[in-house]
Structure formats: structure tokens, C-alpha cells
Design a protein around this ligand. Structure first.
Ligand code: ADP
Ligand code: ZN
Ligand code: ZN
Length: 808
């Protein structure tokens, strides 16, 4: 009986969450399964597009005439499903929950290597008269248009050929997944046959004799590379041997292992402290009971949370289950990976953005084939194709990077909680400074709180000193370093101890301003200042990539007194160099860590004490555990406090607490110095005492008064258009519509222009919804998006972000 495949198609102009039906050809009836990628004809031109099979039905459930009209499926791109039933269901839930297109939630789950891209080819139907154009086409009279680098003239000439119907376009779905193989070699001769063959070879055919000798112990196949490593033989010698029928060469699949050159020592479980032990017991009980409860593991920095994760993971493995552990991207330092790999060895797969597409694809396949039972990764590892999950861990659960800012706007925590329910597995959310949302849930016993209030080494938390930078300003010095901080750095240099300096870059940049007229250089496409980049000697826009030379005179008043403000890490490093010429400094920021592996390299050399001072942005605040670090300095604690975001105090408190935790982790006592212009701000004062519980109560009071989360849920609706009036008009319409349909308790803020009102020449208007219970919300917002999709043709775009983590 004929079968029908339900396919979500990858069509960017007409994305829809509704699957399209395709007839499965008889030859593929048994092969097609949900979770496989296919190529299907779509639209009027029947061009081939990529898609994902989400269901397979019998044709008899459909009207006979209807099925007769169905187009047949094109190519099948997979021989086995790449998304299992669970992940398909998750993609459906996510599309609903985040107001995203189903195809984008599906694409998000796949490793880059499996993302389908359609490729455009030009095919010549008749001979092309222009020899220069003809030379672009290969023997098959085909031109790979997507890959070709053509001049505008060539593109134009080709378009004219197409109009004259001399060539036509074809679309083909390209599969970028490449399996890496290695050559293996095996003797085809038995040892006695080799003896005979040796006698037949001329005595001066030295290479052949060598090959035959080598084949003696290749009765079992071995990688050719290993064989060549210890012989004066080449690949060509073995190819020749294969031709003679002496040896057999075969291609076998290999994994690209990003950690192949890392020596990771095996570690044994540590004897737990009593607090750690009770946490592990509670988690293990939940694993054994298949209880999908959520724990909030709240432990001060250095309290041994990682050991709790590791021993809980071991408990899941002991039950023959798998474990998934998420850490923030920037915390995926070699230290964290080594700790997990050191405990669980080759059972661990690692997924993060530092890996190449090929490496990620291989790690992904090891998970899928049940060869890796423990997955450590950043946000997108939430979709790791693990089956039989026994435990899920999310370290630093308060980190904002767990929320994806682009479509689909999902929070990894929500994905993990969904999967936990499905697998009947507990979740551990760990942090020294939990998000207010999670801590409040623990308060209401929705989550179970587990506390680690003490540091492992019995060391007290390092004392924190606040330095009032307003004094510095009064003294008219423009230095980034206060006297106490400079003195403390000198003491560390004398004692051969290390220091970590953090420059808070959030809400802060080095911009160029004219000291005579106050002119600030802005991006021509976006309402935002351009940022100075010393490495490329240009001004760059961080939103659209616009780049221009550093101005020498003010474009406004022609004054020469135009110079840069603010302190980039480069400028601070230069100042530090002149203040402490003997200090060895490592600078770590987006510029110095852009190249693959640099992050790790810099941290390793700091770990080996090849530098005295590590100067960096927020990326150094987490996860570092170096015994020689006894001083942590924060150069500017408060740049984020002025941001128009109700979470700015929370972020500041979290960051200061995290970075303070880097000091005095071993036997040497640590010290923290925080420079600030707002010494009396409660977030700074409470970071001084590192009193999370106090901070939680104070901040909850403020959120309660302002009707903010966790007391209210939030949703952000934005409309954007090249024409400011169109975006504004749409938002006022939506605002009226929402006022009429939503309950009176829901607070509607706006419409207002977004704080950065223009990006890439598009104007943004927004509405913020604050609600407690809003049963109609899903259907109302679905309706808004449906309408907007129809209007999208005119350039107007509407987006919905549930629980946005950034309001700028
Ligand atoms: P956190 O993640 O809470 O900041 P870590 O897990 O990094 O803390 O632990 C801090 C240090 O204490 C690490 O060097 C770790 O190896 C050590 N440690 C953790 N638990 C124990 C234990 N039970 N006994 C001895 N050392 C421990
Ligand atoms: Zn000027
Ligand atoms: Zn820009």
C-alpha cells in the first residue's frame, strides 16, 4: 500500500509549521522513517528543497483523488533517522513554546554538518556562443552556481542566457556531512606464502622485500598511518603491494577527536564532605527512583559542586544510564573538560563552539551510536541525541548565555526540564548565585534546594574591599588603577603569586568622542557608537559589522582633540605595562581568543605560571581554579548598573561574586579589590559580603514593587521595518489588539522604540507584556505571528521573545 510522508520543508520565504504531504515511491516504502532528511520538489518551479520527515502515514487514510495529486518525494538523504522520536517531539514543543518556525527548531538540533543547504546549478541546454562563459561550465555542461565566485558581469551575462533559454537553473540539496576515513592495511598472504614470495623477488628489490617483511605481522589489519610511522616505507609501496595481490587496503571510518593530543590523567572519586555527601545522596535517590525532580545546588565558589556533579553522574552510569551536563560556553575551559574526561575517559563526548563542524559531527555520532554515555557541552548540547538519560546537570544555571537570542529563542534550562520529564530523570541546577527565578522556585519547593555553604579547604571566602573611584576622579587622574590596587599587585609580584584583573565590558565600550564639541562617532546603519579596535586600527559596529578608519579630526567641528574614551583591555594592558614594567601580562578578550585554541593556550600558560597577571573581560570570571592566584581585582564594577534592564543589579552581583571566587582557592589566602563609582549601591555592598541570601531578599523586594520576574512572566514583542512609521504603526495596532484580548491584570508596556532603535537600517518598536496568568496568550500570540507572516512580504517583521534575558 502506498505511503505518505509528512515533511517540514526548509523554505525561508514561506516557512510554516504545517507539514506538507509527499507520496513515497514504492522503491522507498520501507526506507522512509520519521527523523530522516529528504529532498522534495516544492512550489511552482518544482525546485528541490530540503526537508525533514516528521510522520509517515498509510495512503488509505487520505482521499484517493488527493493522493493521486501528491508529488512524490525526491531523494532520501539519510539511511537512518538523524532525529529520534524524542527530539522530533521536542522540536514541536519548542516551536510552540518559543513562537519559532518548526524548521528552525529542527535545524537548531542538528550539528552544522547535517544542516541541509540547497545548492543552485546552472545547466546548459544548448551550446553557449560566448567562449568565456562556456569555459565556466564543465564537461557535464553544469555550473555550480552556489560555489562559483562570479563577477557581476558574469552573473548578468548568465541571467541573459537564462532569459534566452540557453541555460536553466536546477536546485539540489547538498549534504555537508563528511565521514572521515583512514586507510587500513592487511596482508593477503599467509606467513608461508610471504616466505615463498620473498624467494621470487629479485634480491636488489629492497623495497619489495621490506614490504614483505612488514606484511609478516600484518595478518591482522592495522591503520596504514601507524605502519608507515615506524618503517622506511611509503604509501606508494603498499599500493604497489596491493596491486601485486600481496596486501589489501581498505578505508575505515574514523572519528575526529578534538582532544586526541591531550594527556588527561585519570582521577578517582574524592572522599566527600558531609554537605557534598548529602547532596549526592539526594540526587542518587532521585536517579534510582526515576524521579524527574529538579534540584537547585546552591554552593559558594570553591565548595566542590563539580565533585557533586561527577559522583552523581557516576551513579547514573552505574544504573546503565547516560548523563547530560551543560556548562556555559566560556566555562568550557580545558579545566572543566579535563575534570569530566579525567573521571569518565572515552565515555565522554564534548560539544562546544570551539570544535570544527567535522569534530562536532563525529562527537554527535558517537553519542548517537551509544559510544559516549556522558555529554558535556554548551547550550546546544541540550539537544544531544542521548537516549536513556539518567541525570541532567546544568552548571552556572544563572548564565544568560543559556538563552539563545536569535530564533528559536529557547532557554536551555526549559529544554532540559522537558527532557527530564520524558526520561524520568532528575535535573541538578548548580550555581553560587542562582537566578532569582530558580531561587524563588526553590523557596516555593518547586525545586529542591541543596546547599554547600562552605569552601572545601576550610578557607574563608576571600575578603573583599571596595575602592571608591570618585576619589580618584577628584584627584584628576585618568588612571584605571587606584593606589591600593596597584600596591596589591606589587605585593603579589614580590611574592611570586598571581593576580587576575577583570575589566567589565558589559554596557561599555571604547568609543571616540570630540573633547571640544562632544561629537561621538556612530554607525551609519545603527543607533550605536562605533567601537575602537586597535588591532585592525578601525572603528567597528558590533551589530552590523560596519567598519571605518579612526578619525583624526572631528567630522563635526574639525577639532584635532578627538580621542578615545573608555578603557578597552588593550589600553588597560598598555597602562599596566608602563606602571609595572616587570610584570608578565596575559590579555584575554574576544580579540586575543578569536583564533581556535587560543583561549585554552592562554589559560594553560597562566596555569603554568608563565605570567603574573591575567587581564581579561568577563570570560575570565568563571571556572578558573589556580592555586597561585591570591589577588582578584575588578577595574570597573558598575558599568552594567546603568543599563536600562531590571536585571542589571542581579548581573552585577553575580559577576562580582563569581570573579571574587577565583582568589584564594588553595592554601594561600586570597584578597579581592573592587573599584567602583557606586560604592553604596546594594549590589556592590552585598557582593562585598558575598551574601547571596541577603541579596536575594533585597532584590525580591524590588522586583515585587516593580512587578518584575519572578513575580511576573515577561514577553517581548518587537516589530521592525526599514520605515520607522510602519514599525510604529504596527506596534500601536498590536497594542490595541492585546488590550482588547488579554486579561485586565496583564501589564502592557509600550509601544516604545527599542533602546537601540535602529540596527542594520531597520527601526525597532517594542511592547513588553508582564503577566501572571494568561490562558489566552498562546493563541493570541500565534495569531499575531500568523498575520505578521502574511505581511512579511512587505518587509515588516514581527518577533516574539518569551522571558527575554536582555531588554536592550
Ligand atoms: P565549585 O565548582 O563549587 O567552585 P570546585 O568543584 O571547583 O568548586 O571545587 C574546588 C576545589 O576543591 C577543587 O580543586 C576540587 O578538586 C576540590 N574538592 C572538591 N571536593 C573535594 C573533596 N571532597 N575533597 C577534597 N577536595 C575537593
Ligand atoms: Zn568636535
Ligand atoms: Zn551598525
Amino acid at each position: 500500500m502506498a505511503k505518505i510522508a509528512q515533511v517540514i520543508v526548509d523554505v525561508p520565504t514561506m516557512q510554516t509549521n504545517r507539514p506538507y504531504s509527499y507520496l513515497i515511491p514504492d522503491s522507498l516504502t520501507d526506507a522512509v522513517q520519521p527523523g530522516m532528511r529528504v529532498a522534495v520538489p516544492f512550489g511552482q518551479g518544482h525546485r528541490e528543497v530540503g526537508g525533514m520527515v516528521v510522520a509517515v502515514n498509510d495512503a488509505d487514510t487520505l482521499d484517493e483523488t488527493f493522493s493521486g495529486k501528491l508529488k512524490p518525494l525526491g531523494a532520501l538523504l539519510d539511511l537512518a533517522p538523524v532525529l529520534n522520536e524524542e527530539l522530533l517531539a521536542l522540536s514541536d514543543w519548542m516551536a510552540q513554546h518559543t513562537f519559532a518556525f518548526r524548521i528552525s527548531t529542527i535545524q537548531t538540533m542538528l550539528p552544522a554538518a547535517l544542516k541541509t543547504k540547497s545548492h543552485k546549478f546552472l545547466v546548459a541546454d544548448a551550446s553557449i556562443d560566448d567562449p568565456q562563459l562556456a569555459s565556466l561550465f564543465d564537461d557535464q555542461r553544469r555550473l555550480d552556481f552556489t560555489a562559483a565566485s562570479l563577477t557581476d558581469e558574469q552573473t548578468d551575462a548568465l541571467a541573459k542566457l537564462q532569459q534566452r533559454q540557453i541555460i536553466h537553473a536546477e536546485y539540489q540539496v547538498a549534504d555537508r556531512a563528511r565521514v572521515k576515513t583512514a586507510t587500513w592495511v592487511k596482508s593477503s598472504l599467509s606467513t608461508t606464502e610471504i616466505e615463498t614470495a620473498r624467494k621470487d623477488v629479485r634480491p636488489n628489490a629492497i623495497k619489495q622485500l621490506r614490504v614483505l617483511t612488514r606484511l609478516m605481522d600484518l595478518q591482522e589489519a592495522r591503520p596504514l598511518q601507524d605502519v608507515l610511522a615506524d618503517e622506511r616505507l611509503t604509501r606508494a609501496d603498499f599500493t604497489a603491494a596491493a596491486k601485486k595481490g600481496w596486501a589489501e587496503l581498505s578505508e575505515r571510518e574514523v572519528y575526529r577527536d578534538p582532544y586526541a593530543d591531550h594527556q588527561i590523567a585519570k582521577t578517582a572519586p574524592l572522599t566527600l564532605q558531609p554537605d557534598q555527601q548529602s547532596a549526592v545522596n539526594a540526587i542518587t535517590d532521585a536517579i534510582d527512583a526515576h524521579d524527574p525532580k529538579t534540584f537547585l545546588l546552591q554552593g559558594v565558589t570553591g565548595s566542590g559542586k563539580t565533585e557533586v556533579y561527577l559522583q552523581s553522574i557516576a551513579a547514573a552510569l552505574a544504573q546503565h544510564k547516560t548523563a547530560l551536563m551543560l556548562v556555559p560556553e566560556i566555562a568550557l575551559t580545558p579545566q572543566m573538560v579535563n575534570r569530566v574526561k579525567g573521571r569518565f575517559g572515552h565515555q565522554v563526548a564534548v560539544l562546544h563552539s570551539g570544535l570544527s563542524a567535522g569534530e562536532k559531527y563525529d562527537e554527535w555520532r558517537r553519542i548517537e551510536r551509544h559510544e559516549a554515555a556522558v555529554v558535556v557541552g554548551a547550550r546546544s548540547a541540550a539537544f544531544a541525541p542521548l537516549t536513556n538519560i539518567g541525570l541532567i546537570v546544568m552548571d552556572e544555571e544563572h548564565e544568560t548565555s543559556y538563552k539563545q537570542e536569535d530564533n528559536p529563542r529557547y532557554h536551555a534550562r526549559d529544554v532540559l526540564l522537558w527532557r527530564a520529564q520524558r526520561h524520568h530523570a532528575p535535573v541538578v541546577l548548580g550555581s553560587a548565585t542562582p537566578s532569582l527565578e530558580s531561587r524563588a522556585r526553590a523557596e516555593r519547593h518547586v525545586y529542591t534546594r541543596l546547599a554547600l555553604p562552605h569552601r572545601i579547604n576550610q578557607q574563608p571566602l576571600p575578603p573583599v574591599k571596595i575602592i571608591d573611584m570618585r576619589e580618584q576622579l577628584k584627584a584628576h587622574t585618568e588612571s584605571n588603577f587606584s593606589t591600593p590596587l596597584l600596591e596589591a599587585l606589587k605585593v603579589r609580584l614580590e611574592r611570586h603569586e598571581q593576580s587576575v584583573l577583570m575589566l567589565n565590558r558589559r554596557g561599555f565600550s571604547s568609543f571616540v568622542m570630540c573633547r571640544d564639541c562632544g561629537f561621538v562617532l556612530k554607525c551609519p546603519n545603527c543607533d550605536i557608537s562605533l567601537v575602537l579596535h586597535m588591532d585592525s586600527h578601525t572603528m567597528k559596529c558590533h551589530y552590523c559589522g560596519h567598519e571605518e578608519p579612526i578619525p583624526r579630526i572631528c567630522p563635526n567641528c574639525h577639532s584635532k582633540r578627538i580621542s578615545y574614551y573608555g578603557s578597552g583591555t588593550e589600553k588597560v594592558a598598555a597602562e599596566l605595562n608602563s606602571l609595572l614594567p616587570d610584570a608578565r601580562i596575559i590579555r584575554m578578550d574576544v580579540d586575543t581568543t578569536r583564533r581556535k585554541g587560543m583561549h585554552e593556550k592562554l589559560l594553560n600558560s597562566f596555569g603554568q605560571h608563565k605570567a603574573d597577571i591575567l587581564l581579561g573581560t568577563q570570560m575570565i570570571a568563571k571556572g578558573l581554579d589556580y592555586p597561585d592566584v591570591t589577588l582578584v581585582g575588578v577595574l570597573n564594577a558598575d558599568t552594567a548598573l546603568g543599563l536600562p534592564d531590571f536585571r542589571s543589579s542581579e548581573r552585577t552581583f553575580q559577576l562580582l561574586t563569581q570573579v571574587s571566587g577565583r582568589a584564594g582557592r588553595a592554601d594561600k589566602p586570597g584578597e579581592v579589590l573592587i573599584q567602583t563609582f557606586n560604592p553604596d549601591h546594594y549590589a556592590i555592598q552585598l557582593a562585598k559580603t558575598q551574601d547571596y541570601e541577603r541579596f536575594f531578599r533585597v532584590e525580591m523586594g524590588i522586583r515585587h514593587m516593580g512587578n518584575y520576574p519572578p513575580y511576573f512572566f515577561t514577553a517581548l514583542i518587537t516589530a521592525s521595518d526599514k520605515d520607522e512609521g510602519v514599525a510604529a504603526k504596527k506596534m500601536f495596532e498590536l497594542s490595541d489588539q492585546l488590550k482588547q484580548t488579554l486579561s485586565p491584570d496583564t501589564i502592557i508596556l509600550g509601544p516604545t522604540p527599542r533602546p537601540i532603535a535602529r540596527i542594520k537600517n531597520r527601526y525597532y518598536y517594542q511592547i513588553v507584556l508582564k503577566y501572571k496568568r494568561e490562558p489566552k496568550l498562546q493563541s493570541v500570540l500565534d495569531g499575531i505571528l500568523d498575520d505578521a507572516q502574511r505581511e512579511q512580504r512587505n518587509g515588516l517583521q514581527v518577533a516574539i521573545d518569551m522571558e527575554p534575558q536582555s531588554f536592550i
